[in-house]
Design a protein around this ligand. Structure first.
Ligand SMILES: C[S@@+](CC[C@H](N)C(=O)[O-])C[C@H]1O[C@@H](n2cnc3c(N)ncnc32)[C@H](O)[C@@H]1O
Length: 224
């Protein structure tokens, strides 16, 4: 399954969905075409991408079901207006910032579907520690890149063991086969960093080397 299809598959049937950072409008198109929602609020920070979405959705005759809004994150939504909020294709830190800026709006949505391009660990940490519960996760691979799609909703703030921010507990429990490939990639990347730091013979890196070795040991324990 590709990234966009997986995002769509994780959205529960609802009345109104908001596609934040819509760009080409493909997420909005899929949701409407498959009847997952009746209306989409398609938003973007920039005029160029928003116009692209307008053109595309009008070419597939769906623009009458879309409300196009220019502006940052969830600030263009009224509280409770969207049952589902989708924020995909942005950095994990930006997604956290967008949610934190309009926390009440995010908490009122029944489902947040989040797909970070980077810093997935920071996003999981932000959600868990700031009153959101991660209720589902999926992993997909396109070429050599792994993407995580997170479904979250209002919950109780709690601190997780740090390792589960990096290696999703939900995906481990699901025994998702792609997770093993992802974990091996993480282990190998860490090993390469350890060996290049060791080669420098610089004692300043000892702490970093030790922490990476500890992390790899912990990750291996998770998949035993
Ligand atoms: C890489 S595209 C992702 C498009 C689509 N969501 C996807 O997943 O394929 C990122 C889009 O987010 C928009 N964007 C960046 N920061 C934003 C913000 N703070 N609020 C809304 N849109 C933003 C950009 O203008 C761009 O169109």
């Amino acid at each position: 399954m590709n990234r966009l299809k997986c995002i769509k598959s994780m959205v529960d049937k609802c009345s109104t969905a908001a596609d934040i950072g819509t760009d080409h409008g493909y997420v909005a198109e899929m949701l409407l075409k498959e009847g997952i929602c009746e209306k989409v609020i398609a938003t973007d920070l920039n005029e160029g991408p928003l116009n692209r979405a307008k053109e595309h959705l009008s070419s597939v005759k769906l623009s009458d079901k879309c409300d196009f809004r220019l502006g940052s994150g969830l600030t263009v939504l009224n509280e409770g207006e969207a049952d589902a909020i989708i924020i995909a294709g942005m950095g994990g830190d930006l997604i956290s910032e967008i949610i934190e800026t309009s926390k009440d709006t995010a908490m009122k949505a029944k489902q947040l579907i989040l797909q970070p391009m980077t810093a997935v660990d920071n996003l999981r940490r932000y959600l868990s520690e700031h009153g959101f519960e991660i209720i589902d996760e999926n992993i997909v691979r396109e070429y050599n890149h792994f993407y995580f799609i997170i479904k979250a909703k209002k919950g109780l703030a709690k601190k997780e063991d740090e390792i589960y921010y990096e290696i999703s507990r939900i995906l481990l429990n699901k025994k998702e086969p792609l997770m093993l490939d992802y974990i091996n990639k993480v282990l190998n990347t860490n090993k390469k960093i350890i060996s290049s730091l060791e080669k420098t013979d610089n004692t300043e890196y000892n702490i970093k080397i030790e922490s990476l070795k500890k992390k790899n040991k912990k990750i291996k324990e998770l998949i035993k």
